[in-house]
Design a protein around this ligand. Structure first.
Ligand code: COA
Ligand code: AMP
Length: 631
């Protein structure tokens, strides 16, 4: 079947298409219905079906002859250590950890927050939850205690799993201290915390609450998999929306397992036994899907890398890992390649390594600029595949599906909609725009299996954020167009979300923090173009009229406040104080216009602006930070 036939098959016969894909998963009970539309727009996949995701990711491979195949390789240049686990070893470690969780009172349906660095125990924690039917919610380590507290209050975990520290290049991040601060702040309190003591930092344990990981595992019994309904939640993953309140994306067990496995073979062309490396973090959706679940469901070997593309120790780090572990396919964000290109523009480091096993590079997480794509292609001499997806979908909405048929590559486009996704571009009135014209990118319901089923504790929010704008369609939040070859072009977000080094952040959340500073009357945060990270946040603050303090005192306070409230991952390092914000006569802040000024791109003077002179003032202020052109 070629790509078009496969796509058409998924659209015209979704039931048989996905039933066929589901045959590759082991079910305890076969589904009654492939797609249950009775409660639309809340669709359910494989209703009546029962399975266990951990069983499918580990146990069944042991039963099918892969017991001694490497399942997971941990490679950590920041601690100068490496470790490999066969499927048997990983399963045994996971089963015992699951037993420890059980002993702590964790049962099917309970939530477990995982706030951990990139160590094998983090993947084990996710799989142990899946094994006993607990719903995990991994929180990225680069978030501050405040953000962790918000997520604890929303997910209400019975238990939190954490480690004594994370390591950012040479800096130790005291995860346990951040966790303690978050629990202090949160209204909800977990019964216990299971703490993995890393050799680099020994944490103080809180009596009656904290339990030592290794000791708990030494005393626990291995526990078997629990059968889950296909529609039971596997995990919650919080992502940024327009406000400071993150959205808890809920993923099911059945649809997710089917989509993960299908994507591994059909999008990435990765077979059981192949070595797959997603250079991301388990705290992001890429890490959930392609460090942990998909490669293991597929019987492949996954790499968990605790390091950076540069500086650990040099820009040859990725090539070293590829050679050493015979990686076949790498998936990362374009920003990682921009970082390598910046430090080693001629690819000199690559010459030291043998990449003969390497087949393909996949990029996603942000727009892939054609220069970076071309640079990577020339350097590596393998296909470089841009693909587009988001936390909500959990896997690619648009891609060049190498496992089906390699389509011509158009740099700047993530190629075509993946089978199962009916992607359309609509105008503000809900009409389809003509080919080549920009509009709101939507997906006609129902979406392929594996996509979010709802938002945690917030069905109404799910409808408001994604389904209300256009009846019968899911709003992706991205704007773009489809060309006459059916290729998609993703141009920008339509909301207040910005993308910093492949990390999705909300300018609304930044603004809430800046507004809480006692000297700030009002503010705006915009995403400005950055050669390395794609976008960077930039704050513009108007002070209260009675503030007489020096700006040079206030600006560092604003920067520190965002770091404290959101975290280092916000990369918020630039702010200016201005007299007034440009607004329309109805009071809407002209963020888009300010962004164009900062990026020095053309913009139309908004007809409804209350006072055009303000834009000149903004231009002057932004020039002090090196933006808004040089003339
Ligand atoms: N725990 C604690 N702090 C973290 C962290 C974690 N897990 N991850 C990042 N941080 C910190 C960093 O140390 C940095 O702090 P600093 O301001 O004190 O320097 C800050 O958060 C920003 O981190 P990052 O965005 O990673 O920037 P960087 O300058 O350290 O590295 C890149 C830049 C391009 C090398 C890096 O962003 C990268 O490797 N990106 C790969 C893409 C990726 O993983 N995308 C995820 C989705 S696919
Ligand atoms: P996240 O949910 O953090 O994965 O972020 C998803 C968002 O990142 C998407 O909605 C897009 O705005 C952006 N994005 C991801 N992949 C791509 C891509 N290949 N091209 C353009 N934008 C992308």
């Amino acid at each position: 079947m070629n790509f078009q036939q496969s796509y058409d098959q998924a659209m015209t016969h979704p039931h048989s298409f996905w039933a066929n894909a589901a045959e590759d998963i082991d079910w305890g009970r076969t589904w009654d219905k492939v797609l249950d539309e009775t409660n639309a727009p809340f669709y359910q996949w494989f209703t009546g079906g029962e399975l266990n995701t951990c069983y499918n990711a580990l146990d069944r491979h042991i039963e099918n002859g892969r017991a001694n195949q490497t399942a997971l390789i941990y490679d950590s240049p920041v601690t100068a250590s490496k470790q490999s686990f066969t499927y048997l070893e990983l399963r045994d470690r996971v089963a015992v950890l699951a037993g420890a969780l059980r002993k702590m009172g964790v049962n099917k349906g309970d939530r477990v927050v995982i706030y951990m660095p990139m160590i094998p125990e983090t993947a084990m924690a996710m799989l142990a939850c899946a094994r006993i039917g607990a719903i995990h919610s991994v929180v990225f380590g680069g978030f501050a205690a405040d953000q962790l507290a918000i997520r604890i209050d929303d997910a209400k975990p019975k238990v939190i799993l954490s480690a004594s520290c994370g390591i950012e290049v040479a800096r130790e991040i005291p995860y346990k201290d951040l966790l303690d601060a978050a629990i202090d702040q949160a209204t909800y309190k977990p019964s216990h915390c299971l703490i993995y003591q890393r050799p680099q930092v020994k944490s103080q344990m809180t009596a009656d609450r904290d339990i030592d990981w290794e000791q708990a595992c030494a005393e626990a019994q291995a526990t078997d998999c629990v059968m889950m309904a296909s529609s039971d939640p596997l995990y919650i993953l919080y992502t940024s929306g327009t406000t400071g309140n993150p959205k808890g994306v809920v993923r099911d067990n059945g649809g997710h397992a089917v989509a993960m496995l299908w994507s591994m073979r059909n999008v990435y062309n990765v077979q059981p036994g192949d070595i797959f490396w997603a250079a991301s973090d388990v705290g992001w959706v890429v890490g959930h899907s392609y460090i942990v679940y998909a490669p293991l469901l597929n019987g492949s070997t996954t790499i968990l890398y605790e390091g950076k593309p540069v500086g650990t120790p040099d820009p040859g780090a990725f090539w070293r890992v590829i050679e050493e572990h015979k990686v076949n396919v790498l998936f990362t964000a374009p920003t990682a390649f921009r970082a390598i290109k910046k430090e080693d523009p001629h690819g000199n480091y690559l010459k030291q390594y043998d990449l003969s096993h390497f087949r393909t590079l996949f990029l996603a997480g942000e727009r892939c600029d054609p220069d970076t794509l071309k640079w990577a292609e020339d350097l590596l001499n393998v296909p470089v595949i841009d693909h587009w997806w988001q936390t909500e979908t959990g896997w690619a909405i648009a891609a060049n599906c190498l496992g089906i048929e390699q389509l011509p590559i158009k740099p700047g486009s993530p190629a075509k909609a993946v089978p199962g996704f009916d992607v359309q571009v609509l105008d503000d009135m809900g009409g389809k725009v003509a080919e080549g014209n920009i509009g709101n990118i939507v997906i006609k319901l129902p979406m392929a299996p594996g996509c979010l089923t709802t938002l945690w504790n917030n069905e109404q929010g799910f409808i408001e954020a994604y389904l209300k704008r256009y009846d019968g369609y899911y709003l992706t939040g991205d704007a773009g167009y489809i060309d006459d070859d059916d290729y998609l072009w993703i141009m920008s977000r339509i909301d207040d979300v910005i993308n910093v080094a492949g990390h999705r952040l909300s300018t609304g959340a930044f603004e809430e923090v800046l507004s809480s500073h006692p000297d700030v009357a009002e503010c705006a945060v915009i995403g400005v173009a950055d050669k390395l990270k794609g976008e960077l946040p930039l704050g513009l603050a108007v002070l209260k009229s009675d503030v007489t303090r020096n700006h040079s005192e206030i600006i560092p306070e604003l920067i520190a406040l965002v770091r404290k409230k959101i975290g280092p991952v916000a990369a918020f390092k630039q702010a200016v104080i201005i007299q007034r914000l440009p607004k329309t006569r109805s009071g809407k802040i002209l963020r888009g216009t300010m962004r164009s000024i900062a990026d020095n791109t053309s913009y139309k003077m908004p007809a409804t602006i209350d006072d055009p002179v303000i834009l000149d003032e903004i231009k002057l202020a932004l020039k002090t930070l090196g933006y808004a052109g040089t003339s």
